[in-house]
Design a protein around this ligand. Structure first.
Ligand SMILES: Cc1ncc(COP(=O)(O)O)c(C=O)c1O
Length: 425
């Protein structure tokens, strides 16, 4: 197989080939690819989150110290002493696991405390904790939305939203295009029982922010509800880190907020925050909640401490934003194409998958850890390098990264020739 002409998209579904046959074909492709090309997926780090980490070089097996621009631990709370201490105390007090699903013996006082803490932080009536952000979206949407209903969602919304819509109708609107959304709302008028608009606060592969104020206004006019996924916004966006509703002065106006503890809150697990009635419904109808063990006591305790830090130590967010502004300026002066990125995520959009791989490899050789993002995570012609910012990265780290990006970008002819590679219709 010539792996240079084949991509992940070709293995999504192979007509008349069963699962084992498909797995064999993909295995051959992945093995070929690793022998000749990029080995950037699943690189193994030998230490936890931080601006520089020891990483096993997937090409040579040696250990590299790399500037790490691939973590969503935006505020570095995974290492914050208060967050670590709270987790260790919970481990000692409760042991390692919750032991059961929440409704049947797995609920600890610390889970209830976390639910209340999330609700209070986001100015909602109540909240429910899920095993992950993915499970929150899938569980809530599958519980709420049925055959008679419709989800109207941004075309770049997270995969978990799309997976949660298997039992309902789904319509897409052009990314962040409110006029387009309005046209969809006009088209579906009178045809469905519930209309639910679902958007991400910050888009995970683009780093841009949903125009939430306009979306809420239009939803109100057309009698639709709004669900907002705050995975990349919590802790980062808004004066006090309370996310996109705070940023737009719209707190209390979003019907359903989903999110994760795995990014700026530094742990794992996810949540839905809403009014008390809807949360109660999810307690008994969300399958990803009911049939999955409650999150570990350590994760719950660390997350409570992380929310405390977000609320009481604004210096981490301040430093993060200094880094974001500094790095964006640097990338812009190099004339990389960044789309409309505004938050802690920087897409360097290149378009050509092979070039993305080459660029990542060259950066890897210079000890810069960034990720290639290819189809199906993004459309093929918008293949990119994704960089995420952290508050603990220093100016020296950022300058070193910018210098490497400049050198590698020039080597590959990406800087100054970007139009040749990116074709955006
Ligand atoms: C927008 C968005 N929603 C949800 C999730 C899922 O979160 P988790 O990793 O907690 O499952 C992610 C994770 O990448 C995400 O980017």
């Amino acid at each position: 197989m010539d792996s240079s002409n084949v991509s992940l998209a070709d293995f999504l579904n192979i007509p008349s080939v069963d699962i084992m046959g498909r797995a064999q074909k993909f295995y051959q492709f992945a093995t070929d690819l690793k022998s000749v090309g990029p080995k950037q997926f699943k690189r193994v780090a030998l230490e936890g989150s931080g601006p520089v980490r020891k990483v096993v070089d997937s090409y040579t097996g040696e250990i590299r110290e790399m500037i790490y621009l691939s973590s969503n631990d935006y505020l570095n709370l995974t290492r914050h002493p208060k967050v670590v201490k709270a987790g260790m105390e919970a481990l000692q007090k409760y042991g390692t696991g919750a032991g059961s699903v929440p409704l049947l013996g797995g609920t600890l006082d610390i889970h209830v405390e976390l639910e209340k803490r999330v609700a209070r932080f986001l100015r909602c009536e109540d909240a429910i904790i899920f095993p992950s952000g993915f499970a929150s979206n899938v569980g809530a949407l599958m519980a709420l939305m049925q055959e008679e209903d419709v989800v109207i969602t941004d075309m770049l919304v997270h995969a978990s939203v799309i997976d949660g819509c298997k039992n309902t109708n789904i319509k897409y609107f052009k990314h962040n295009d409110v006029k387009y959304l309005e046209n969809v709302l006009k088209r579906v008028k009178g045809r469905y029982r519930t209309k639910l608009i679902v958007v991400d606060g910050v888009y995970s592969m683009d780093g841009d922010i949903a125009p939430l104020n306009k979306i809420i206004e239009i939803a109100k006019y057309y009698g639709a509800y709004v669900m907002l996924d705050e995975a990349h916004a919590t802790g980062v966006i808004g004066k006090n880190g309370r996310g996109t509703p705070e940023h737009f002065n719209m707190e209390g106006k979003v019907d359903i907020i989903s999110g994760t503890f795995s990014k700026s809150l530094g742990g794992e697990g996810g949540f839905i925050a809403s009014n008390k009635e809807l949360v109660e419904l999810l307690n008994f109808y969300s399958r990803t909640y009911m049939f999955s063990a409650a999150i570990t006591p350590q994760a719950a305790a660390s997350t409570i401490a992380a929310i405390d830090v977000v609320e009481n130590e604004p210096e981490h967010r301040k430093k993060l934003w200094e880094n974001i502004r500094y790095f964006r300026k640097g990338l812009q002066s190099l004339k990389f194409y960044l789309g409309h990125s505004e938050a802690a995520i920087f897409p360097i959009i290149i378009g050509d998958e092979l070039r993305v791989g080459e660029m990542c490899r060259k950066l890897h050789e210079r000890n810069i850890y960034v990720n290639p993002v290819l189809y199906p995570a993004v459309p093929k012609k918008l293949s990119r390098i994704r960089i995420s910012m952290m508050s603990s990265l220093s100016k020296e780290h950022l300058d070193c990264t910018l210098n490497s990006l400049e050198d590698v970008g020039r080597d590959l002819g990406i800087i100054g020739h970007r139009r040749k590679f990116i074709k955006i219709s």
